[in-house]
Design a protein around this ligand. Structure first.
Ligand SMILES: [Zn+2]
Length: 205
């Protein structure tokens, strides 16, 4: 466990400069998985701009809406494309900058102890089956290395400020796939079954 470098073989690696060291001990303190959605420009899929944003390479002139992104230093550990392809920007051992001001179970700064996964999408378009499959596989792969206990949406750890992954993310379907994937790995069935997956309704904290 401790020798794992935090880079998953199932993902394509694309290094971001936007990360730092977690304050707590890795892997023991890494207990939360946070699900997001993002698309740049909003609602458009397939372009290079999300990866460019997360790696500090974005062309601010490529779209008028990108002016708002100037100076923003954000990243995620993972990005799942519409076709289910997974890209990784930051080692899961390190702290990526995806959650911002946030709180879970009374603890703030969720980036400290969370792994962030961005789904290419928006609050207004259903996600692809390939994305659910990739997210479930990613969750199982991460659980192999980290003592994850909870999966939350960004909207749940930053209520009132964030709305992603939004009402069209099907938490029940994700959980179903997760349990199916776990069966392929008997050693993890118990750990996956014990993972608390939030329901779609925002929770009071
Ligand atoms: Zn988000």
């Amino acid at each position: 466990m401790s020798s794992f470098d935090g880079w998953l073989a199932l993902a394509e690696r694309y290094d971001s400069p936007y990360f730092d060291t977690r304050p707590g001990p890795a892997p023991d303190d890494i207990t939360l998985l946070v699900v997001h959605n993002i698309s740049l420009p909003a609602g458009q899929f397939g372009g290079p701009h999300v990866s460019d944003l997360f790696t500090g390479r974005i062309d601010y002139n490529a779209d008028p809406s990108f002016a708002d992104l100037r100076g923003l230093k954000v990243s995620s550990h993972f990005f799942i494309r519409r076709d289910g392809r997974v890209i990784q920007y930051v080692s899961a051992n390190d702290r990526a900058w995806h959650a911002g001001v946030s709180q879970f179970c009374g603890r703030d700064k969720c980036n400290d102890f969370a792994i962030g996964v961005e789904l290419e999408g928006s609050d207004f378009v259903p996600f692809e089956a390939a994305q659910y499959g990739a997210l479930a596989a990613l969750t199982v792969a991460l659980r192999r290395h980290y003592p994850l206990t909870d999966v939350q949406g960004h909207e749940h750890i930053a209520p009132g400020r964030k709305t992603d992954p939004g009402p069209l993310f099907d938490w029940d379907y994700y959980q179903k796939l997760l349990n199916q994937k776990a069966l392929e790995e008997p050693a993890l069935v118990g750990a996956i079954a014990g993972l608390r997956v939030v329901k779609g309704v925002p929770q009071s904290q």
